[in-house]
Design a protein around this ligand. Structure first.
Ligand SMILES: [Zn+2]
Length: 273
């Protein structure tokens, strides 16, 4: 078995992805219900005994009470940055155990997968910090990279550099500007979404993909891009995909399989073997 990746759910109703190989499996966020997650893990044939988890930030759609209960019940080790642990602790108090503290921009290993976390731009009154991740795993002596950033108000040069040379990239494509401006949300909430600490628009995402591709030293390394965390109210799956696709083509970026991560169903599994 090589390296496998699937997005179990993506969006404001719950975020959870999984990558796994023959030895280990890592859940990225645990914001969906335990019942749904158990069903999907069974479908994917992933044993909870070999599971680890990492958490991007403390918003409820990334770590829900049901998700925490699942992690505790199955004694799944949780790798988490110190500030993010504090945000989660404030919310759920003693609920979260089996935690292992990690540092930003410092590689660590979960079994035979190398993981790195980096700072993203996403905070509000309830959370102090958010991170993205990169994962490296070897398949037949060749190293493969998965880049992951789902909640960020902007993409800086450091994030571009960190995500360059990914083979699989997960990046949010949260909103369409016009739909957001016309939506029923309170003015303050719209301003936060638009800010450098909110979310990315479809256009922002396309620009980031172009920069990541341009900075990648290995030609055609980037094979799969998942557009994630697509808003139910300020975007549509088609609009996100069409907008990003059009901008990529206008910039002569080809050879990428552009996929849409959905709220209510698991994505296809990408297998590298
Ligand atoms: Zn968030």
């Amino acid at each position: 078995m090589g390296l496998n990746f699937s997005i179990i759910s993506s969006g404001s109703s719950g975020n959870c992805s999984i990558l796994w190989n023959e030895k280990t499996a890592i859940l990225i966020d645990c914001g969906c219900s335990a019942k749904y997650l158990c069903r999907q893990l069974k479908n994917l044939n992933v044993n909870t005994k070999k599971l680890y988890s990492v958490i991007t930030h403390a918003h409820i759609d990334h770590i829900s009470l049901s998700g925490i209960n699942f992690l505790q019940k199955n004694q799944i080790p949780v790798y988490i940055n110190k500030n993010i642990f504090q945000d989660i602790f404030k919310k759920y108090e003693q609920k979260i155990k089996n935690c292992l503290c990690i540092n930003y921009d410092k590689n660590f290993k979960i079994d035979n997968i190398v993981v790195n976390s980096f700072d993203a731009y996403h905070k509000d009154n309830n959370i102090s910090r958010t991170c993205g991740f990169t994962f490296f795993s070897k398949v037949k002596k060749r190293s493969y990279k998965i880049g992951y950033v789902t909640d960020t108000g902007k993409i800086c040069n450091n994030i571009i550099k960190t995500l360059a040379n990914s083979n699989i990239l997960v990046i949010e494509s949260n909103y369409n500007k016009q739909l957001l401006e016309n939506s029923f949300r309170p003015y303050e909430n719209k301003q936060w979404i638009l800010s450098d600490f909110g979310h990315l628009s479809n256009e922002d995402t396309a620009k980031a993909i172009i920069e990541i591709k341009r900075l990648s030293t290995v030609k055609d390394n980037l094979k799969y891009v998942f557009l994630a965390h697509i808003s139910k109210h300020h975007n549509t799956y088609e609009l996100a995909k069409n907008t990003v696709n059009k901008i990529l083509l206008n910039n002569k970026i080809t050879g990428i399989n552009l996929l849409v991560a959905k709220r209510e169903s698991k994505s296809p599994t990408i297998r590298i073997d």
